[in-house]
Design a protein around this ligand. Sequence first.
Ligand code: CP
Ligand code: NVA
Length: 330
Amino acid sequence: MVDLRGRDFLKLLDFTPKEINHLLTVSSTLKKQKRNHESHRYLKGKQVALIFEKDSTRTRCSFEAGAVDLGMQATYIGPTGSQLGKKETIADTARVLCRIYDGIEYRGFDQTIVEDLAKYSSVPVWNGLTNEFHPTQMLADVMTIKEEFGKLKGITLCFCGDARNNVGNSLMVVCSKLGMNFVCAAPKELFPNEELVSICKNICNETGGTIRLEEDIMKATKDVDVLYTDVWVSMGEPMELWENRIKLLQPYQVNKKVMDNANKNAIFLHCLPSFHNIDTKIGKEIYDKFGITEMEVTDEVFESSKSRVFEEAENRLHTIKAVMLETLKE
Ligand code: CP
Ligand code: NVA
């Protein structure tokens, strides 16, 4: 029996494979209920606080809409408008919010902040993205992969790009936990940090997963089942980094040649938002400055029949609801 009541959800390293699989099972049930318009207000009367020090579409909407689906109310606390960070510490904020709310979500900067929030809060704290990890994203990703292939063990996923960012780190962790094969296609400078690689390799010894770090994009992507990429510069990083990242990561763009190198049935995933054209403010700025029209993924792959990015985005809702439900239920 898996019992996650009262638990924080800060990073997947804290969870067993059985617990992660349980959350996926609950997510699938909630997805069916939502699709069938069956009421699932299991947390009626509870309230959650959602702290966002960085921007968000999917995570914020999934927590807000998910809370309402489960019968709860949500309060959004944005980067401005509260005392947090200016006149009040994380420790004090945590001790206030847990007197008012049943659960607290945090999106922001260092992982130590969300860990501190959890330390001082008597109610569950959920990580909605930090510089180091993005665990709720992972549940949606593996849910999408499982829906596609019917299994996770033995599936090979290749992450192309800045493999030290929150998404790269978290993918390596979730693949290790679930007995999947993780390949990172990146220049050496952007390989995940050695300590995390070593922790994940130890997990793989238990689960049968594997980890491979590869500089050669064609070797890395040969016959993989899932191609995954993310933005080259993450939220919170300085704009000045773009020039260097473009130089380092252009060879790792997911384009048709790379996609054709993967398995015949391979799918493309991206946590989103994505720079696959110049129809965004930043996309246009990068085009004006560096003359490139697509970045981490080409528009052709993004819009292709192999792309599952919108299924993946929808699964953010169901998986975030599973995390809230399993940690808050009585
Ligand atoms: N993937 C993801 O976390 O998206 P948002 O930044 O829109 O929440
Ligand atoms: N690595 C990206 C993920 C966004 C969901 C960022 O942190 O900006």
